[in-house]
Design a protein around this ligand. Structure first.
Ligand SMILES: Cc1cc2nc3c(=O)[nH]c(=O)nc-3n(C[C@H](O)[C@H](O)[C@H](O)COP(=O)(O)O)c2cc1C
Length: 217
């Protein structure tokens, strides 16, 4: 295993950065560079008028298994307005998390651009919509795993100015798992071809996996 770098042992004094002094943009850069790799959720929602929406979120994680629940964090747009994903979840409480295999990377980038309300982002990205069973938002056929979710908590972080966010906690009402990534109750890593978000506009693949020796007791 890789040893702790000698240079850090010799010079252990870190840069100390106060978010109130460096500001929102610099804090964002520190977050997205430090928290790597980040999983990506392609989140489909629907407005109360039935207009579908799709967008990627990498401030995403699992938070509970009883009930099974996940979180995404939806930041405000640069003008302080709410993103369509958040508006739809606030109104309908429903969304679907679609897993992201490497073949979806172009769709992730395309659907992250600001599109006018009413554009069918699934179609625009060349994706195939599949109906869900417990919620109205559609699933992406090209995703191996779908979580049909109902929002159970919304937490505001910040005062609603750019950079502040809403954390959405969603209870998973139904899992859909492609049989090719499933064996004996477990998800197979290889056929998932999961990608992650890194800093800037970069993505990562899982190219090496290792198991450290078990802890000594
Ligand atoms: C890989 C990736 C990850 C992203 N993660 C987030 C995120 O965690 N939170 C967020 O607010 N925006 C995130 N974005 C930006 C949103 O996808 C983007 O603002 C999108 O236009 C929102 O769409 P909407 O207005 O239809 O909800 C991400 C973009 C990319 C490409």
């Amino acid at each position: 295993m890789r040893p702790f770098p000698q240079s850090r042992k010799q010079n252990p004094s870190p840069l100390v950065l106060d978010p109130k002094i460096i500001g929102t943009k610099a804090a964002y850069q520190l977050l997205i560079g430090s928290i790597v790799p980040r999983p990506i959720a392609m989140v489909s929602t629907q407005s109360s008028q039935g207009i579908g929406n799709l967008a990627p979120f990498s401030f995403f994680n699992g938070v509970s298994s009883n009930p099974p629940a996940i979180m995404i964090s939806v930041a405000r747009n640069s003008d302080g307005s709410k993103k369509d994903t958040l508006k739809n979840i606030e109104t309908t409480k429903e969304f679907v998390v679609n897993s992201v295999g490497e073949w979806l990377v172009d769709a992730v980038d395309q659907t992250s651009a600001p599109h006018p309300h009413g554009i069918d982002e699934m179609k625009m990205a060349g994706l195939t919509a599949l109906p869900s069973q417990r919620v109205k938002p559609m699933r992406i056929a090209e995703a191996m795993i779908h979580f049909e979710c109902r929002a159970i908590h919304l937490y505001e972080i910040g005062d609603g100015t750019p950079g502040s966010s809403t954390i959405v906690i969603g209870e998973i009402l139904l899992f859909h798992v492609d049989p090719s990534v499933y064996r004996e109750g477990k998800i197979l890593l290889e056929p998932l071809h999961a990608i992650s978000r890194l800093a800037g506009k970069s993505y990562g693949r899982i190219s090496e996996v290792f198991d450290p020796p078990p802890p000594q007791t």
